[in-house]
Design a protein around this ligand. Structure first.
Ligand code: NAD
Length: 490
């Protein structure tokens, strides 16, 4: 926790109540509620701060509005914006150990994972910084009737970026890096439970010298967040979080036709075909059915297995999962940390009870580890004989709880995979990759990996159905932050 202590000391020295508005740190004016950051492996409060007020939101939106309407950011050459983004990437790279520890300390994700996955933070700034030089922001065309046309891509405007706590900085940076590359200005509202890494981001953006008001940051809860998304000064809302909150936000956006993109929940399926080789399946299925203790939107939480091979596949998976060491997320040999917060623990234990009550068979786990009496730990849990209509097969649990569902033939498998309100990610395991591709085309979901689990920041990611609207990452992620304008030369 050495790096995390250093980060915390820096934040406390500046003032825990400080927020970043118009290029400077200032104390928030909130006096209603104090918010806490709790480390989930030992339940200790490490930071307490005043929740920003709606006046602070007004100030942040006014700064972003001024920077967008009158400032240089949306008007400068894209390559110049890209230069700033690449400088932020450089500064974030230098702080990677801090980013990893902040993620582990606030969320409980094991350090072995966060130290690798944190590369995405500078990686996204670098990717969008580079894209600024190659993306065709201006497309010269000719009308068939004759006459020159320029179809130009312009920034969508002042953007509210609202993000959850599970991968706090990566998810915020998906929005901030692409939005800034497009020329938008940003008001970021990270989750109240995980504000620390957003402080690091704001420090890097300040150090990179972006014009004032281009990026503003205030961590806050739902009510203040709701005030932000309703604000008439916001042109675009980019939200990552639960489907319930996403539907509400889409409704608010519809009233003024604010632009909106949504990255929501999932109930992704791993489809194990009859020829799947378990030695090829387990290295990705074990970690990605329960990444960050199952608190990742794209977790492969439904595993569809052919009836003919069910017992053998369940046994192999259970043996592998039972070897995962649950414990202190800062210990190098821990494979799984705690859940992120008490309400997550209550939620997950509630779903486990529901699974049992509805008749699913518990094959592993189902409670709290006996040897860990502090922290929000839960055992990795496997249910078999799960019917696709059971609650645990339909709802997003957001914990390390996996449901095995049997299928009779390929048609039955596709029908069961698609029997979901969600469609975020998925995997197909087979010895024939082209057969896997054909199955992937039938599965109504935003991305699929054949024989593994890949999410690449340089490729589009997002949901079908109730998993979202729009895409983040890749070129498509940039286009989410732009409006198309057609200029004719008559
Ligand atoms: P949440 O919806 O409760 O909160 C997400 C964020 O939205 C928080 O910052 C919260 O303060 C804010 N918020 C909630 N209601 C709001 C409102 N009415 N107005 C403005 N802001 C509001 O979700 P959570 O519990 O923080 O995160 C877990 C959820 O996020 C899961 O459903 C998970 O699947 C989803 N998620 C999706 C993706 C993706 O890319 N699709 C990635 C990570 C997490």
């Amino acid at each position: 926790m050495e790096q995390f202590v250093k980060t915390l000391e820096g934040i406390k020295a500046r003032g825990a109540d400080h927020i970043f508005i118009n290029g400077e740190w200032r104390p928030s004016t909130g006096n209603r509620e104090r918010l806490s950051v709790i480390t989930p492996h030992n339940e200790e409060e490490v930071l307490s701060y005043a929740e920003p007020s709606t006046d602070d939101v007004d100030a942040a939106v006014a700064a972003a509005r001024e920077a967008f309407d009158k400032g240089p950011w949306p008007r400068m050459a894209p390559e110049e914006r890209g230069g700033y983004l690449k400088k932020v990437a450089e500064l974030l790279t230098a702080r990677m150990p801090e980013l990893a520890e902040a993620w582990t300390a606030q969320v409980g994700a094991v350090i072995g994972f966060t130290s690798k996955a944190s590369y995405q933070c500078p990686g996204l700034f670098q990717f969008y910084g580079d894209l600024c030089s190659t993306y065709p922001f201006v497309d010269e065309r000719t009308r068939s009737a004759g006459g020159k046309v320029r179809v130009v891509q312009e920034p969508a405007g002042v953007t509210a970026a609202v993000t959850p706590w599970n991968a706090p900085l990566v998810l915020l940076i998906y929005k901030v890096s692409a939005g800034l590359a497009a020329g938008c200005t940003i008001v970021a509202k990270p989750s109240p439970e995980t504000p620390i890494d957003a402080h690091i981001l704001a420090e890097c953006i300040a150090e990179a010298g972006l014009p004032k008001g281009v990026f503003n940051m205030l961590p806050a809860g739902r009510e203040v967040g709701d005030y932000l998304i309703r604000h008439p000064g916001i042109d675009k809302i980019s939200f990552t979080g639960s489907t319930a909150a996403g539907k509400h936000i889409a409704g608010v956006a519809a009233e003024r036709l604010a632009r909106v993109s949504l990255e929501l929940g999932g109930k992704s399926a791993a489809l194990l075909l009859d020829d799947a080789d378990m030695s090829q399946v387990l290295p990705s299925l074990v970690p990605y059915s329960m990444p960050i203790t199952g608190q990742v939107c794209f977790s492969l939480t439904r595993v569809l297995v052919p009836s003919s091979r069910k017992d053998e596949m369940v046994d192999a998976y259970r043996d592998a999962v039972s070897k995962v060491k649950v414990g202190d997320p800062f210990a190098a040999d821990s494979g799984m940390g705690p859940l992120a917060m008490k309400r997550q623990l209550d939620r997950v234990l509630g779903y486990i009870e529901k699974g049992k009550a509805e008749g699913a068979k518990l094959a592993l786990g189902g409670g709290r580890p006996a040897d860990l009496n502090r922290g929000f730990f839960v055992e990795p849990t496997i249910f078999t004989d799960v019917d696709p209509d059971m609650t645990i097969a339909r709802e997003e649990i957001f914990g390390p709880v996996v449901s095995f569902i049997e299928y009779s033939d390929e048609e039955d498998m596709i029908a069961k995979a698609n029997h979901s309100d969600y469609g975020l990610h998925g995997a197909v395991y087979t010895q024939d990759p082209e057969r896997g591709y054909q199955i992937a085309r039938e599965y109504r979901t935003g991305s699929v990996t054949v024989n593994g689990m890949v999410v690449d920041i340089e490729m589009p990611f997002g949901g079908f159905k109730q998993s979202g609207l729009g895409r983040e990452g890749g070129i498509e992620g940039l286009e989410t932050y732009m409006e198309t304008k057609t200029i004719y030369f008559a």
